[in-house]
Design a protein around this ligand. Structure first.
Ligand code: MSP
Length: 508
């Protein structure tokens, strides 16, 4: 039976179009999902939109629009972006979908019947921009500790989820099992949130844009209980490849990977495992990444007005370059800079100089010396054996990095791989040799370009298709095809895979 892999991104708020920070998380998820497919896994990739809540309700009201109509337009933009940047999800879940609403509503009743939910008064401070609540200790000066805007004091009837009784359980879980990486975040969570863990308010009566509570229609379910359960409800959709039980039961061997940005770790590594525990399911595995920051180190966010629209970048450059930058140039887990200048340096320095040039040089040589026909294989040369050993090692290293989720390290291995192939050309100087040695060099070059392209294909989606066309491959190759022999294949046409960006006409 095939091994199974379930990967998720946070579901994004549709209060405005997405920026490059959102593209970052989603491209990471797409990269690993494609890789797992190549490894022979049956995979499911879930993303979507988190549509309820006060902030979205108010945005829609400001524009005099019905909230659903308002978010639907924005979501069309999300889907357009995912298409353009080759994000190939299986389910795009909207929290307004009927399946999701039903799941959340039934789940409320179920948790209530099991005694995990009670009604009381809710009083605290709320930041509608961050959709976060703060205790009076956190809101010392009446301003939001995150965005510094003024907080609202709230007091209303509310249902509560009794999570505080799981304080020791979650602390122990965080300390002793592997639910969160990087590990450095675990202590932060324990120090900042677990010690003061109180029950979670899970309903509101002050607005009605949300999922209504069945027997108490004045209340709608407060966003995080609604949103987090998308990772369960999606598995009840007709198009879902996996079932809820298959993924979340305690003995499941489905590999789970949930990407989140660092500011929502708390919800995913405290509330979420506790909700799962209440349902008698297993805990998640969460991989937290840092933020994309502008050149001056500021988090990119809509409210700061310093966001970059990935669709503009794709128009100006191309989607593969952007995908590659996001995975390669941002160290996973840390904040990373984005600017057009840095993107251009990466394109010129890596994609053009190393990869595109390698393909162009090899294409020119096969066309010049063999009329475009790949010469036959002859492995008796020492140079060929050395190259193969070295590249096999790199391939193993690449798998090791990918399998341990070191995604930003994985691309460095691919760059080494290309450097080794370029080094092989410099060492063997094909323009000075002839006969079987020249045949060996060019045959090896083609095979290794194919091998490295296979490895790249999870990230450089459009580019790898161009290389496959050039090599006359008319199926979608997988890792089973490594070291394919291209003897006697007539190479097709190929344009430069990446074009050098002239730095002087850069538009800032
Ligand atoms: N709706 C919630 C998530 C619910 S999941 C059950 C939410 N939405 S969000 O649209 O505000 O953010 C979604 C994700 O985008 C978060 O993981 C967040 O960290 C990420 N990013 C937002 N700005 C970012 C950067 N500048 N850089 C990297 N990621 C960023 O939170």
């Amino acid at each position: 039976m095939k091994k199974k892999f379930f990967v998720t991104t946070p579901i994004y708020y549709p209060n405005d179009k997405l920026h490059i920070g959102h593209a970052y998380t989603t491209v990471l998820a797409d990269y690993v999902n494609r890789y797992k497919k190549m490894q022979g896994f049956e995979t499911m990739f879930l993303t979507g939109s988190d549509e309820h809540g006060q902030k979205i309700y108010e945005e829609a009201k400001k524009k005099n629009e019905d909230p659903l109509a308002f978010v639907t337009k924005i979501i069309d933009g999300f889907k357009k972006l995912w298409k353009e940047i080759d994000v190939d999800y299986d389910i795009f879940l909207r929290t307004t979908d009927k399946e999701h609403k039903k799941y959340v509503s039934d789940s409320f009743t179920d948790l209530q019947n099991k005694g995990f939910i009670y009604k009381s008064k809710y009083e605290d401070f709320y930041c509608k921009y961050d959709e976060a609540h703060f205790t009076k200790y956190q809101a010392k000066d009446g301003n939001c500790p995150v965005c510094k805007r003024e907080l609202q004091k709230l007091s209303e009837d509310s249902y509560f989820l009794s999570i505080s009784k799981y304080k020791d359980w979650i602390k122990n879980k965080l300390e002793n099992s592997n639910i969160l990486e990087p590990k450095s975040r675990v202590n932060e969570l324990i120090n900042n949130f677990i010690n003061e863990l109180s029950d979670l308010s899970i309903s509101r009566t002050s607005f009605d844009w949300g999922i209504k509570i069945d027997n108490d229609n004045k209340h709608i379910i407060y966003v995080w209980l609604d949103a987090l359960q998308n990772y369960l409800s999606a598995l009840t959709y007709p198009e879902s490849k996996f079932s809820v039980d298959e993924v979340w039961n305690k003995n499941s061997d489905v590999e789970i990977l949930q990407f989140v940005g660092k500011e929502i770790i708390r919800f995913h590594c405290i509330y979420w495992p506790i909700i799962l525990k209440m349902k008698d399911y297993r805990s998640p595995f969460v991989l937290a990444h840092g933020w994309l920051v502008s050149d001056d180190g500021d988090k990119m966010s809509k409210s700061k007005g310093n966001v970059v629209d990935p669709l503009d970048l794709i128009k100006l450059y191309d989607s593969d370059s952007l995908r590659f930058y996001l995975v390669n140039n941002i160290s996973l887990g840390e904040d990373g800079k984005f600017s057009q200048n840095l993107l251009e340096d990466m394109i010129n320095g890596i994609l053009v100089n190393k990869y595109s040039n390698l393909v162009a040089r090899t294409d020119a040589m096969v066309k010049k010396y063999f009329n475009g026909m790949v010469p036959k294989n002859n492995n008796d040369f020492r140079e060929s054996k050395d190259l193969k050993i070295k590249l096999k090692e790199l391939r193993e290293k690449y798998f090791e990095k990918m399998d341990s989720y070191k995604f930003s390290d994985s691309t460095k291995i691919l760059i080494n791989y290309i450097e080794e192939i370029n080094g092989f050309i410099d060492k063997t100087e094909p323009w000075k040799i002839s006969g079987s040695k020249l045949e060996m060099v060019l045959n090896n070059l083609i095979t290794e370009i194919f091998n490295v392209t296979l490895l790249f294909s999870s990230i450089l989606v459009k580019t790898s298709n161009k290389v496959y066309n050039w090599l006359c491959i008319n199926y979608i190759p997988t890792f089973e095809d490594f070291d394919k022999d291209f003897s006697n294949v007539k190479l097709g046409k190929i344009d430069f895979l990446f074009k050098r960006i002239p730095k002087e006409i850069k538009n800032d």
